[in-house]
Ligand binder design. Sequence first.
Ligand code: SF4
Length: 375
Amino acid sequence: MTSTIALKEVAYEQPLADSEGAVCSTKHAWARVPPEPSQAERAELKARICRLLKEKNAVMVSHYYVHPDLQDLAEETGGIVSDSLEMARFGRDHPAQTLVVSGVRFMGETAKILSPEKTVLMPDLDATCSLDLGCPVEEFSAFCDQHPDRAVVVYANTSAAVKARADWLVTSSCALEIVAALKAAGQKILWAPDRHLGAYIQRETGADMVFWNGACIVHDEFKALELELLKQEHPQAKVLVHPESPAEVVALADAVGSTSAILKAAREMDAAEFIVATDNGMMHKLRTLNPGKTFYEAPTAGNSATCKSCAHCPWMAMNGLADVARVLETGANAIQVDTALIPRARQPIDRMLAFTAALKSGQSTAGLVPHLGAA
Ligand code: SF4
């Protein structure tokens, strides 16, 4: 059975107040994107951040979608550039007492859930995510209450409170395997919040799923018709698509997968040209790691284009060098997660980590996927 919940559309162009009264629309996010620093400013800020990281016993963890300066500096200073879960896992295992998370708010929260004893700083606490914004915990809990017979599987792009309502957390790199294992264990699934990723997982696994009606404003804008036209211009190019994209775009892909899977495909596929349907922040890593290959951005324009993002997340774009330096200097923008929530929010994350660790080491995952009710 497949069903969806009809939610009111989240109007990202209207000012939306978060729980602290801050405004979170894409327009406001774009207005707060820091200006490009000059060469001299960039060098000064990088030197200052390097000094502060040492002084404060801190490490930088950056997402693939943030500015190249923040990706490069994280790696140059012993930190990491990765997806949200690897960022949190790296921060947990690193000896530094302070983590500087360049990304969006749920990433800082996930890092804090895994490392509650550490200080987690973010360049801008209003950097959020349409999937997180579109899945408020009260409405989500009511949806879960309507489906008590289903395992609740949520994507990493959710608040700590939504994670605390879930049985399983997944990222795009392990969602297929976890849902397939749940299906094999006879479980039905309630999926949230990304409807495109959920539909893709259902097509691939045949699992019985009901869906929350959320979407990523970046991936939702890729256009199949325009992608076909770009393919005609570059007939040798392989198409790499993140599964948060609409089904018609996924259908045109030579490889579908998470940010890590896209990096792997670009490295391993026998092609010199690629069209990439994911946030264009990924281009920096793709081009750095594959200097002999050419990467084109998949189109977001077209008749129905609204271009809230134009293939780049406005909230990711809010992260900048000056704010990294400022939060390290002042200790501002520390992520807080209700301590009462942390143990429950950590359960679905720990389940996923145990599952992915077993997969990686070739062990059986059967004992890690109990029937609903025993979870
Ligand atoms: S790119 Fe999409 S999923 Fe990622 S943070 Fe931005 S809105 Fe959320």
